[in-house]
Design a protein around this ligand. Sequence first.
Ligand code: NDP
Length: 247
Amino acid sequence: MSIKNKVVIITGASSGIGRATAELIAQNGAKVVLGARRESRLREIVDHINSNGGQATYAVTDVTKPDDVKKLVDKAKEEFGGIDVIFNNAGIMPTSPMSALHIDEWNAMIDINLKGVLNGIAAVMPDFTEQKHGQIITTSSVAGIKSFPGAGVYGATKFAVRNIMEVLRTESAQEGTNIRTTSLYPAAINTELLATITDKDAEKGMKQLYDAVGIDPSAIARVVNFAIDQPDEVNVNEFTIYPTKQA
Ligand code: NDP
């Protein structure tokens, strides 16, 4: 089964990587179900996809709320008759030194970047287990592989989802549930993510880096498209994506 007609749920679909992915895979025949908090954005993207011959719908979703994520999955089933893929992509990146004690931001990252991914996994797991078919794609980060100053808690959430995804892969193989798992480790991608940084020094450093080397989110969309498009017995498991110019 190729990407055509697959039903793909995308969280964090109102901008950046999620939006670019929704638009690309819809062009290639996937039926996309968009989740994020900003409804006007979601409506605009869905209208754009549908008016260009694609199939898209949305549900306003805060990934920190398990019921919202369940409703997003229900929406996919109602509109498109099932689910094949969830792309757990919603995230924030308010980086800062640990010593700055931005404790509210630490908690928000744990809630969105880590618990939000768990809410996505929990919402699809019963269907995926029963149908013995499904794919879970999660956006970690290069900060989930290496430790960077300023990314103590951000990186912790991304290391954590990396572990969860690898355990899911091995358990799925052992349990014979056929669930494919794909983890993405992007480096500097030009999106709205830096707007979540409140620490002025951290923001300045990141802006300099992204202005110098950042690449378009369509780079990640193509990777997601490739991962979904593989045959059912092929689990392309991990992708690290750097801009050519980034050291
Ligand atoms: P954007 O800021 O452009 O997109 C983030 C998305 O997450 C938005 O659609 C936002 O929508 C959504 N979001 C944030 N909080 C919530 C929430 N509580 N519930 C639902 N949706 C939420 O940034 P990116 O596209 O770059 O980010 C996507 C992912 O990529 C993130 O997980 C990020 O950590 C990761 N990443 C990004 C890199 C980069 O350089 N850009 C590098 C490595 C990883 P809304 O506000 O409408 O809810």
